[in-house]
Design a protein around this ligand. Structure first.
Ligand SMILES: NC(=O)c1ccc[n+]([C@@H]2O[C@H](COP(=O)([O-])OP(=O)(O)OC[C@H]3O[C@@H](n4cnc5c(N)ncnc54)[C@H](O)[C@@H]3O)[C@@H](O)[C@H]2O)c1
Length: 385
């Protein structure tokens, strides 16, 4: 939905609801981001150099300067380490220029090689369209740069394999994936309590997503649709709760109406006998953004997590209830985690086996939904170097 075209009353209601859910600062940047997407002023020529920023300070580049880069990636990096973004790159020059001006970026460029050939750049955040994530990541890895790839990190098994092989060839490079929810406070608390229990778990995710128009780029054949673009968050969370080392091989069973691109359900039976049901529905406007409800049962623990905002856990006679002041999807921690681990001496990237398995799982879920058939997902780990 284009909020800039909504009525004044609607805008006021939306803003006041978002202030309650996210606080004034994040609401402010989300509003600005809607305006950022409308910018049309481009720079002339190949690049624009910011006269207010010194060249020698930046060590980060951002590829893809849309809503997420503006309202999350650049926002948190700038808050934590001003002047550390050196390049903003996008095929839309108005977007890279707008982001560069807002966040004191040294250069808005239309030439990818500016980033790849600059030895000062140590970390590249990639938040462009889905089919280009792995391609940009491979190029950056080959130049010895650490990479944070927004979800999904690959749109095909062939692309995933090339990404993993590039990472294996360059062990000096740290690779991070853009799954933020595992770092949210309530999810971490839930995971810690679940790990104290034994045996398999039953979990049920119900997600109500934004309705997006049929001509949105997510639906272009090469981009992977809403399964790769959205459902990957919750299949990834399943692996965090179960532990990816216990998960494979798993069996995926789909339920999906062929007329709908955005409504589907899958069950996954994991190797440790845990079962997950993931239901994704995107029918109308979700005024409070994506809604996410988890019910989970393991051993003596019965828990409910709503919107990364409320957590309730019952364990025999003990009850735990927590409501946060603001929703926490783990965005800040995840963006800064890539930054801190890149620039600290003992910093580590995400585990490469996990990076592989979480992508493989969602690609196999997509195969099951697309074919309407049961799919077995072996761990399939590639051993070639
Ligand atoms: N982790 C999360 O919670 C989360 C949330 C939202 C979006 N995302 C991810 O962030 C990425 C961007 O999403 P968004 O919502 O900002 O979308 P968007 O459409 O607002 O931005 C995408 C940007 O990429 C640019 N682009 C398109 N093709 C390109 C190319 N070949 N090279 C360089 N730039 C290109 C577009 O011009 C646009 O500015 C997606 O991968 C999305 O899945 C992650």
């Amino acid at each position: 939905m284009d909020y800039t075209k909504a009525s004044l009353i609607f805008k006021i209601q939306k803003i006041s609801r978002y202030i309650k859910m996210y606080g004034p600062q994040r609401t402010w940047v989300k509003i600005h981001s809607q305006l950022h997407l409308k910018h049309e002023n481009e720079f002339a020529g190949i690049r624009w150099i910011n006269p207010k920023v010194a060249e020698n300070k930046g060590k980060i580049a951002i590829i893809g300067c849309g809503n997420f880069s503006y309202s999350v990636i650049a926002y948190y990096i700038n808050k934590y380490a001003k002047f550390s973004i050196k390049y903003a790159y996008d095929i839309n020059k108005a977007r890279s220029l707008s982001l560069a001006k807002k966040y004191a970026v040294y250069c808005a460029t239309s030439r990818l090689e500016d980033i790849l050939e600059d030895p000062a750049i140590k970390l590249v955040y990639i938040a462009s369209n889905h089919s280009t994530h792995a391609e940009y990541a491979i190029k950056a890895i080959e130049k010895g740069k650490s990479v944070h790839i927004e979800k999904p990190h690959a749109v095909s098994i062939e692309q995933l394999n090339r990404l993993i092989l590039a990472a294996k060839k360059h062990p000096e490079v740290k690779l991070f994936v853009g799954f933020n929810r595992p770092k949210s406070i309530l999810f971490q608390k839930l995971k810690q309590e679940l790990h104290k229990q034994t045996g398999p778990m039953m979990m049920n995710w119900f997600i109500a997503g934004h309705r997006i128009e049929d001509d949105h780029w997510y639906f272009s054949a090469e981009e992977g649709g809403r399964v790769l673009g959205n459902l990957c968050h919750w299949s990834d969370l399943c692996l965090h709760l179960i532990n990816n080392k216990n998960a494979f091989p798993c069996v995926i069973q789909p339920a999906h109406h062929t007329d709908s691109k955005s409504d589907f359900a899958v069950t996954i039976t994991f190797a440790d006998q845990s079962v997950a049901v993931l239901t994704f529905s995107a029918k109308g406007h979700t005024f409070e953004g994506v809604r996410e409800y988890l019910n989970v049962h393991k051993g003596d623990l019965l828990a409910t997590l709503n919107d990364f905002y409320h957590l309730q856990m019952d364990c025999v006679n003990k009850k735990y209830k927590k409501k946060l002041t603001f929703r926490d999807h783990g965005h800040e921690k995840n963006i800064l985690n890539s930054y801190m681990n890149t620039f600290s001496e003992n910093g580590r990237g995400d585990d490469i086996l996990y990076i592989y398995q979480t992508a493989l799982l969602i690609l196999k879920i997509k195969e099951a939904i697309d074919t309407g058939k049961r799919v077995i997902c072996e761990d399939g780990w590639i051993t070639t170097t």
